[in-house]
Design a protein around this ligand. Structure first.
Ligand code: FAD
Length: 392
C-alpha cells in the first residue's frame, strides 16, 4: 500500500485506474498514435474525460473544473502517465483558458470556455514570429482598429497544430510608439476568417506539427480582444507560466524511465544486460535522482496553485529541469535502441525486423530535441531564474 495516501486518496486512485482501463482502450491508443488519426483520437480522448468531468481539473468548479486536492491531481497525473495516456492538448484548456478565466469578459467566458471543455474548438498559439522568438516583444504582426474591427496583417511561425486549429490566440502590435513591451494586444482569431493561410514546416521527426500562419487584411471583431488594448504583454506572460508548468511532464518522464529500465534489461551487451553495465547504470541513476528532486519542486508549484497563488517564475525551473531530464532519458533510450533504429536497408519494414520499438524511440528522440526550445528556450529560462528566482 502507498503510505503517502489516506483512504480517500486510495479510493480516488482506484477510480482513476478503473477509468483509464475503460476509457484509454487499445483502439483509442492506436488512433492517438496514428499520424492521420491523431486529432480525431485526441478529441475522442478529451470527450471521454469531459464525460467523466475530468477535462479541466484546474479550472474553477463553476466553469467545469474539479475541486481536486493537490494529492488528487498528483494521483491522476501519475496514473495517467503510467497508463501511457496523453495529457490534454494544452493550447485550449491550459493556455488560452487561463487567460480567458483571468482577464476575459463574462461574454468571452460563456462563448469560449464551454466549447473548450467539450473539445469543440481546437486552439493554437500565435506568439512567435520570424525575428521575434526569445525576444518576443519585438513582434510586428500589426492590428489596426477600423470601427469595431481590428484589421490584422503579418505572420506567425512555429505554430503547433495550426493545420487543425479552429482558433488562434495571437499577440499583435496595436501601437509602436512606446517600449516594445507596450502596445501589444491579445486577440482571439477565427482560423476560418478570410485572409488566414497556413503553410506547413517540415521537421526532422517526420511528423507535421509545425506551421507558418499568414494574416492578410484579416478582420477580427474587437469583441475578440482580451482585456485592454496594449496590455497584451501582461496576459501573455501569465499564460507562459502555465505553459512552462505543463512542459515539465514529470509523470511522463517517470513512465519513460521505467520503459528505459525494461529496454536496458532486455538488451544484452558484452554478455550482460545493459542495465548491469556500471557506466550505463550510473547515467540512469543520475537521471532518476534528478527526476525525484524535480517531482518535489513540481509538488510545491501545484500546492501554490491550489492555494490560489500564481506559480510564478519558479515554473521556469520546472521547464528547464523537466526538459533536460526528458532529453537525458531520450538519449539513454537511443543508446539502447540506436543500433536498431538507423535507416533500414532492403525491403523489410521495421515491424518485420522486430525493430519498430526502436523506430518509435528514434522519432521521440528527434522530436524531443525541440523541448529545450519551445515554451521559451532553456537559455531564456536560465536568465529568468537568475533574475527573478535567485535575484542576481
Ligand atoms: C517544436 C516547436 C514548437 C513550437 N510551437 C510554438 C507555438 O505553437 N506557438 C508559438 O508561438 N511558438 C512556438 N514555438 C516557437 C518557440 O517558442 C521559439 O522557437 C522559441 O521561443 C525560441 O525562439 P527562436 O526560435 O526565434 O530562437 P532565437 O530567439 O533566435 O534564439 C536562438 C538561440 O539563441 C539563444 N538566445 C536568444 N536570446 C538569448 C538571450 N537573451 N540569452 C541567452 N541565449 C539567448 C536561444 O536560447 C537559442 O538557443 C515552437 C518551437 C518549436 C521548436
Amino acid at each position: 500500500m502507498d503510505t503517502r495516501f489516506n483512504e480517500q486518496d486510495l479510493a480516488f486512485q482506484k477510480e482513476v485506474r478503473q477509468f483509464l482501463r475503460e476509457a484509454w482502450d487499445e483502439d483509442l491508443q492506436t488512433r492517438v498514435q496514428g499520424t492521420s488519426t491523431m486529432k480525431e483520437g485526441m478529441v475522442e480522448w478529451q470527450r471521454r474525460l469531459y464525460k467523466k468531468g475530468w477535462m479541466a481539473p484546474h479550472w474553477p468548479v463553476e466553469h467545469g473544473g474539479t475541486d481536486w486536492t493537490v494529492t488528487q491531481r498528483f494521483i491522476y497525473n501519475s496514473e495517467r502517465a503510467a497508463a501511457g495516456a496523453p495529457e490534454t492538448v494544452a493550447f485550449g484548456v491550459t493556455m488560452v483558458a487561463s487567460v480567458i478565466l483571468a482577464y476575459g469578459t463574462e461574454e468571452q467566458k460563456a462563448k469560449f470556455l464551454p466549447r473548450i471543455l467539450r473539445s469543440e474548438d481546437w486552439w493554437c498559439q500565435g506568439y512567435s514570429e520570424p525575428g521575434a522568438g526569445s525576444d518576443l516583444a519585438s513582434l510586428k504582426t500589426k492590428a489596426e482598429l477600423d470601427g469595431d474591427v481590428y484589421v490584422v496583417n503579418g505572420s506567425k511561425i512555429w505554430t503547433t497544430y495550426a493545420q487543425y486549429a479552429d482558433w488562434i490566440f495571437c499577440l499583435v502590435r496595436t501601437d509602436s510608439s512606446g517600449r516594445k513591451q507596450q502596445g501589444i494586444t491579445f486577440l482571439l482569431i477565427d482560423m476560418t476568417s478570410p485572409g488566414v493561410t497556413v503553410r506547413p514546416i517540415d521537421t526532422i521527426d517526420g511528423f507535421h506539427h509545425l506551421n507558418e500562419v499568414f494574416f492578410e487584411n484579416v478582420r477580427v471583431p474587437a469583441a475578440n480582444r482580451i482585456g485592454e488594448e496594449g496590455e497584451g504583454w501582461t496576459y501573455a506572460k501569465s499564460l507562459l507560466v502555465h505553459e512552462r508548468l505543463s512542459i515539465a511532464e514529470v509523470a511522463d518522464s517517470k513512465r519513460a524511465l521505467s520503459l528505459l529500465r525494461e529496454e536496458a534489461r532486455r538488451e544484452i551487451n558484452g554478455g550482460i544486460p545493459l542495465l548491469d553495465n556500471p557506466l550505463f547504470a550510473k547515467r540512469l541513476t543520475d537521471v532518476e535522482i534528478d527526476l525525484m528532486a524535480l517531482e518535489y519542486t513540481e509538488l510545491r508549484a501545484l500546492a501554490a496553485i491550489a492555494e490560489g497563488k500564481d506559480p510564478g517564475p519558479e515554473s521556469s525551473l520546472l521547464k528547464l529541469q523537466g526538459t533536460e531530464i526528458q532529453q537525458a532519458i531520450q538519449e539513454l533510450r537511443m543508446d539502447v535502441a540506436g543500433y536498431y533504429s538507423g535507416t533500414l536497408q532492403g525491403d523489410l519494414s521495421a515491424e518485420e525486423l522486430g525493430h519498430d520499438h526502436a523506430d518509435a524511440i528514434q522519432k521521440l528522440y528527434f522530436r524531443g530535441r525541440a523541448s529545450s526550445i519551445y515554451g521559451g528556450s532553456n537559455e531564456i529560462q536560465k536568465n529568468i531564474t537568475a533574475k527573478y528566482v535567485l535575484g542576481l
